[in-house]
Write a protein of this length. Structure first.
Length: 144
Protein backbone atom coordinates (compact mmCIF):
# COMPACT_ATOMS: atom_id res chain seq x y z
CA UNK A 1 0.00 0.00 0.00
CA UNK A 2 1.36 3.38 -0.99
CA UNK A 3 0.30 7.00 -0.45
CA UNK A 4 -2.21 6.87 -3.31
CA UNK A 5 -3.85 3.78 -1.83
CA UNK A 6 -4.01 5.51 1.56
CA UNK A 7 -5.68 8.52 -0.05
CA UNK A 8 -8.18 6.24 -1.82
CA UNK A 9 -9.05 4.54 1.47
CA UNK A 10 -9.46 7.89 3.19
CA UNK A 11 -11.77 9.20 0.46
CA UNK A 12 -13.85 6.00 0.39
CA UNK A 13 -14.19 6.04 4.18
CA UNK A 14 -15.69 9.53 3.91
CA UNK A 15 -18.02 8.69 1.02
CA UNK A 16 -18.08 5.19 -0.41
CA UNK A 17 -20.59 6.29 -3.07
CA UNK A 18 -18.15 8.67 -4.76
CA UNK A 19 -17.89 8.01 -8.48
CA UNK A 20 -14.67 6.73 -10.00
CA UNK A 21 -14.38 10.01 -11.87
CA UNK A 22 -14.53 12.09 -8.66
CA UNK A 23 -12.13 9.80 -6.80
CA UNK A 24 -9.73 9.77 -9.74
CA UNK A 25 -9.62 13.57 -9.79
CA UNK A 26 -8.79 13.65 -6.07
CA UNK A 27 -5.95 11.12 -6.29
CA UNK A 28 -4.53 12.13 -9.68
CA UNK A 29 -5.29 8.94 -11.60
CA UNK A 30 -7.56 8.11 -14.49
CA UNK A 31 -10.62 5.98 -13.68
CA UNK A 32 -9.23 2.67 -15.03
CA UNK A 33 -6.07 2.50 -12.89
CA UNK A 34 -8.08 3.81 -9.94
CA UNK A 35 -10.63 1.02 -10.34
CA UNK A 36 -7.81 -1.54 -10.51
CA UNK A 37 -6.36 -0.18 -7.25
CA UNK A 38 -9.74 -0.31 -5.53
CA UNK A 39 -10.27 -3.92 -6.64
CA UNK A 40 -6.80 -4.82 -5.30
CA UNK A 41 -7.54 -3.07 -1.99
CA UNK A 42 -10.77 -5.11 -1.77
CA UNK A 43 -8.99 -8.36 -2.70
CA UNK A 44 -6.22 -7.74 -0.16
CA UNK A 45 -8.76 -7.09 2.62
CA UNK A 46 -8.11 -3.39 3.14
CA UNK A 47 -11.71 -2.76 2.11
CA UNK A 48 -14.01 -5.26 3.80
CA UNK A 49 -17.25 -3.89 2.39
CA UNK A 50 -19.42 -0.84 1.95
CA UNK A 51 -22.15 0.28 4.34
CA UNK A 52 -24.84 2.92 4.42
CA UNK A 53 -24.66 5.62 7.09
CA UNK A 54 -28.17 5.37 8.54
CA UNK A 55 -30.25 7.95 10.38
CA UNK A 56 -31.22 5.85 13.40
CA UNK A 57 -33.65 8.48 14.68
CA UNK A 58 -35.75 8.15 11.52
CA UNK A 59 -35.52 4.36 11.74
CA UNK A 60 -36.60 4.41 15.38
CA UNK A 61 -33.43 2.80 16.71
CA UNK A 62 -31.69 5.77 18.33
CA UNK A 63 -31.36 4.55 21.92
CA UNK A 64 -27.72 3.67 22.60
CA UNK A 65 -26.42 1.95 25.70
CA UNK A 66 -22.89 0.88 26.47
CA UNK A 67 -22.73 -2.27 28.55
CA UNK A 68 -19.78 -3.43 30.60
CA UNK A 69 -19.81 -7.21 30.77
CA UNK A 70 -17.88 -9.25 33.31
CA UNK A 71 -17.57 -12.98 32.67
CA UNK A 72 -17.44 -15.72 35.26
CA UNK A 73 -14.82 -17.59 33.21
CA UNK A 74 -12.17 -16.02 30.98
CA UNK A 75 -10.42 -19.11 29.70
CA UNK A 76 -10.08 -19.38 25.91
CA UNK A 77 -13.06 -21.72 25.45
CA UNK A 78 -15.36 -19.48 27.50
CA UNK A 79 -14.27 -16.40 25.59
CA UNK A 80 -14.88 -18.15 22.25
CA UNK A 81 -18.32 -19.29 23.39
CA UNK A 82 -19.24 -15.77 24.50
CA UNK A 83 -17.89 -14.27 21.26
CA UNK A 84 -19.95 -16.64 19.11
CA UNK A 85 -23.11 -15.98 21.11
CA UNK A 86 -22.82 -12.18 21.23
CA UNK A 87 -22.38 -12.04 17.44
CA UNK A 88 -25.92 -13.46 17.13
CA UNK A 89 -27.57 -10.51 18.90
CA UNK A 90 -28.89 -8.02 16.35
CA UNK A 91 -29.02 -5.19 18.90
CA UNK A 92 -25.28 -5.43 19.64
CA UNK A 93 -23.69 -3.04 17.19
CA UNK A 94 -20.16 -3.39 18.58
CA UNK A 95 -18.42 -5.74 20.99
CA UNK A 96 -14.91 -5.13 22.28
CA UNK A 97 -12.79 -7.28 24.59
CA UNK A 98 -11.34 -4.89 27.18
CA UNK A 99 -8.21 -4.92 29.30
CA UNK A 100 -9.37 -3.55 32.64
CA UNK A 101 -11.87 -4.10 35.44
CA UNK A 102 -14.38 -5.83 33.16
CA UNK A 103 -14.10 -8.14 30.15
CA UNK A 104 -16.23 -6.71 27.31
CA UNK A 105 -17.78 -3.43 26.27
CA UNK A 106 -20.89 -3.66 24.11
CA UNK A 107 -22.57 -0.91 22.12
CA UNK A 108 -26.25 -1.79 22.07
CA UNK A 109 -28.79 -0.01 19.88
CA UNK A 110 -32.53 -0.33 20.56
CA UNK A 111 -35.78 1.58 20.08
CA UNK A 112 -36.00 2.93 23.64
CA UNK A 113 -35.08 2.24 27.26
CA UNK A 114 -37.92 -0.27 27.69
CA UNK A 115 -36.75 -2.27 24.70
CA UNK A 116 -33.18 -2.09 26.01
CA UNK A 117 -34.24 -3.35 29.45
CA UNK A 118 -35.84 -6.41 27.86
CA UNK A 119 -32.79 -6.99 25.63
CA UNK A 120 -30.51 -6.80 28.66
CA UNK A 121 -32.62 -9.07 30.84
CA UNK A 122 -33.53 -11.70 28.27
CA UNK A 123 -30.54 -11.79 25.93
CA UNK A 124 -27.38 -10.03 27.09
CA UNK A 125 -27.49 -11.27 30.69
CA UNK A 126 -28.22 -14.77 29.37
CA UNK A 127 -25.12 -14.93 27.19
CA UNK A 128 -22.70 -17.73 28.15
CA UNK A 129 -20.50 -17.02 31.20
CA UNK A 130 -21.95 -13.56 31.95
CA UNK A 131 -21.49 -12.87 35.65
CA UNK A 132 -22.53 -9.21 35.71
CA UNK A 133 -23.32 -6.19 33.56
CA UNK A 134 -23.30 -2.45 34.06
CA UNK A 135 -25.09 -0.06 31.71
CA UNK A 136 -24.24 3.48 30.61
CA UNK A 137 -26.91 5.21 28.52
CA UNK A 138 -25.77 7.63 25.82
CA UNK A 139 -27.30 11.07 26.16
CA UNK A 140 -26.10 12.31 22.77
CA UNK A 141 -23.85 11.09 19.96
CA UNK A 142 -21.23 13.77 19.43
CA UNK A 143 -19.26 12.00 16.70
CA UNK A 144 -18.95 8.55 15.18
Amino acid sequence: MDAIDARILNLLSQNSKSTLKVLAEHVGLSPSPLQARIKKLEKDGFIRGYVANLDFTKIGQDHIAFVQVTLSDTRADALATFNDAVRQLKSVEQCHMIAGNFDYLLKVRTKNIRTYRIELAEKISSLPHVASTSTFVSMETVCE
